[in-house]
Design a protein. Structure first.
Length: 291
């Protein structure tokens, strides 16, 4: 896809201000509203049932939704057997769900009732923080060696921007957070970094033109030179994620929502934040080399 030349850096200060506002808003939401943690983090009830005939998981989920358990995890282990994990520790809720299923499917048998603690809980949160921290540290080291410390810093800042906005949106819309949310966050980090590195690699290639063009023109040229690639990659990624969000059902809702917000934030940070902060930093403290 060919696009006309766009002066992205003209809007860098507005974009940075908008991003700062969204990041602060996300932090405020995390401290005030928090996250809607799913069964992976809070525990709940496990119900294993056997039906007299084959049933559709979608029909069972509709019944669970009517009882306020639309986000329950449903696993089919045979044509007639299901394992249902509900994000509720209340025995009355479990009883209501079982009664509703037995009313809809006479002859259904409950083969197991079990109350469980968090599958991953605090351990998963701790390991997720460690994994994300190690990933960001590794990125900082690699990009510093491959390009320059400034580029590494603005790349990591862009990743933090994408993650914070995704987490903030998840809190704002009360999306249930499950273990797939962690996978989505790490995927977003990789995707966003890849886009930024493509632009910064072009900056490194064109660095000899800095004296004649200046930092603003140089960065703008590099963004526009890679813009077709950014648009094509973004569209081919966004379309299947959007389809997953619309058609994937409750099971994939957390993952697809996080990916959708993260991809949009990643595109914005690639075009405006990482490059805009680099330009502002360079204007205030220029250097002659690009390692």
């Amino acid at each position: 896809m060919r696009v006309r030349y766009i002066d992205f850096m003209k809007w860098r200060k507005v974009a940075i201000a908008l991003s700062a506002f969204l990041m602060i808003g996300s932090i405020v939401l995390l401290f005030t509203k928090g996250l809607n943690l799913g069964i992976d983090f809070t525990g709940g009830n496990v119900v294993q049932v056997e039906f007299p005939q084959a049933v559709e998981v979608g029909a069972v989920r509709d019944i669970l939704t009517s009882k306020g358990q639309g986000n329950a995890l449903i696993q089919a282990y045979s044509d007639t057997g299901l394992i249902i994990r509900m994000n509720a520790n209340d025995d009355d809720v479990r009883k209501d769900v079982v009664d509703a299923l037995q009313t809809q499917y006479p002859g259904m048998q409950v083969t197991r009732l079990e109350k469980v603690g968090p599958v991953v809980g605090s351990e998963l949160r701790r390991e997720a923080y460690i994994a994300l921290s190690l990933a960001l540290a590794g990125i900082l080291i690699y990009v510093t060696v491959r390009f320059q410390f400034r580029i590494a810093m603005v790349s990591v800042l862009a990743l933090v921007h994408d993650v914070l906005i995704t987490v903030g949106a998840t809190s704002l819309f009360n999306i249930e957070v499950s273990s797939t949310f962690i996978a989505a966050i790490l995927t977003i980090v990789g995707y966003s970094l890849n886009d930024s590195i493509v632009i910064f690699d072009r900056v490194r290639e064109n660095w000899r033109e800095l004296r004649t063009k200046g930092i603003l023109q140089l960065v703008n040229d590099c963004i526009n030179q890679t813009l077709s690639r950014t648009i094509n990659t973004s569209l081919t990624t966004l379309m299947p994620v959007l389809c997953l969000y619309i058609l994937g059902g409750e099971v994939l809702r957390t993952f697809s929502f996080a990916m959708l917000i993260g991809l949009i934030a990643g595109i914005f940070s690639t075009l405006f934040i990482a490059t805009g902060v680099l330009v502002e930093w360079w204007i205030r403290s220029p250097r002659k080399d690009l390692a």
